[in-house]
Design a protein around this ligand. Sequence first.
Ligand code: 5GP
Length: 181
Amino acid sequence: MMDRRVRILDKTFEQTFSPEEIRKRVEEAAVAVSRDLRGKDPVFVCILNGSFVFAADLLRSLDFPARVSFVKMASYCGTASTGRVDELIGLSEELGGKTVVIVEDIIDTGLTMQRMLRLLAGYHPAEVHIAALFLKPGNLKVDLLVDYPLFCIPNDFIVGYGLDYEGYGRNLPGIYTLTNE
Ligand code: 5GP
């Protein structure tokens, strides 16, 4: 049993969602995804590192056998003429003509998801859906349709359930929000 407060490096975090609350919401989302997409044989594309806990729980709560890939977004500087280059590492599934569900931990400004959608479009999927554990609507800078947003939260920094602070805390079973202390 974790304390309601955790200290990570120089910061203090306080629990804002218990493991039970998260489990209930993830199960509800799995029911919705199963209902909507069961007949479409979707491929779930989970974005590492942050989505690994959410993906494991969501996917095991689906009521049909599904295919799953894990990908990592990488950005690096290309030549002066091309500027920044984005790459999706680990996409082994053939996505052409398929229904794809992106599984993401948190959407903040939405810029990462926008880049992800551009990269995926290059594989010509038939349709793309987004399941995001957390959404910070107050920070969103781009137009995004998030099909399955599980929790909408204020513009605070959170850790736990896959999300980290400086590499720590992904293993916390609940969600913890940064305090002012
Ligand atoms: P965006 O491109 O939507 O601004 O940022 C998305 C990424 O920023 C997420 O995938 C995550 O890595 C990181 N991020 C945004 N907000 C938080 C937060 O509250 N906590 C943690 N741990 N990471 C966050």
